[in-house]
Design a protein around this ligand. Structure first.
Ligand code: ATP
Length: 235
């Protein structure tokens, strides 16, 4: 598999404070990578550094080429992010949220894609005219993900998709995510507190500690790593 995203020696700053201290990370085409770490370890900042939403030094390559100057260029090249706490437009209907997600596309298949998402998430189809802000937490998260995928990205960045959701909803969400990414050949970097589920879905993982990579390797090896088990899997 070829490398889709490559981060080399990434340092990120809020003001003068350095929060990531030289991160190396790779994502192959179609690969699912999980990022684990305690609160404040720098997981969100890592995703933001890919999208140019934080001041960053170091090298970010996408398909071997650096991004242009803006977040728009990152999106145009095929990266989509679902931020923590639901990436929906609360005032707009479900239907309009999906349409807005496809705004960057010029092709004629937007309608077909919206139909695809209603098939994947029948609950959203039932609520297509409802404003996103009045959906349940689980429905909003599903909409946020469908909306992010409406731009047909090559890489999806997901920040804590399970936050605040009931366990049964989380399991269904992860099932669908795994299936859709495989079906559509979308690679994924997922920051997740629910380490057990995320490691089940991922091929590889990274554990961040205080802005550096503490452990990295195939998901099955992380699952067996004693420090990972104790800190994130609770046994
Ligand atoms: P959490 O799980 O709590 O979201 P995280 O691993 O995603 O944590 P980050 O949100 O990336 O961690 O934060 C990394 C460090 O950067 C922390 O020390 C945090 O306090 C700091 N930080 C995050 N956002 C800002 C900001 N907007 N301004 C200043 N410092 C920030």
């Amino acid at each position: 598999m070829s490398t889709l995203l490559e981060l080399r020696d990434i340092r990120a700053y809020y003001g003068e404070v350095e929060c990531l201290h030289g991160i190396d990370l790779e994502v192959a085409d179609g690969e699912v990578v999980v990022v684990l770490g305690a609160n404040g370890a720098g997981k969100t900042t890592l995703l933001r550094s890919v999208c140019r939403l934080v001041r960053t030094e170091g090298t970010v390559l996408f398909e071997g080429e650096p991004f242009g100057g803006s977040t728009y260029d990152v999106v145009r090249r095929g990266v989509s992010m679902v931020p923590q706490g639901r990436g929906t437009l609360a005032e707009l209907s479900v239907d309009d949220n999906l349409r807005a997600g496809g705004y960057i596309r010029r092709d004629k298949e937007i309608k077909a894609d919206i139909a695809y998402w209603y098939e994947v998430f029948p609950r959203l189809a039932q609520r297509r005219a409802t404003s996103a802000g009045s959906l349940s937490g689980g429905e909003q998260q599903m909409l946020a993900i469908a909306r992010a995928l409406m731009s047909r990205p090559r890489l999806l960045l997901l920040d804590e998709p399970s936050l605040g959701l009931a366990p049964i909803v989380v399991r269904r969400l992860f099932d669908v995510l795994g299936r859709v990414c495989a079906e559509r050949g979308v690679a994924m970097v997922v920051v997740e507190q629910n380490a057990a589920l995320a490691l089940d879905m991922a091929q590889r993982g990274y554990v961040l500690e205080a802005g550096t990579v503490a452990v990295t390797g195939p998901a099955h090896r992380l699952r067996d790593d004693e420090s990972v088990r104790r800190a994130y899997l609770g046994y």
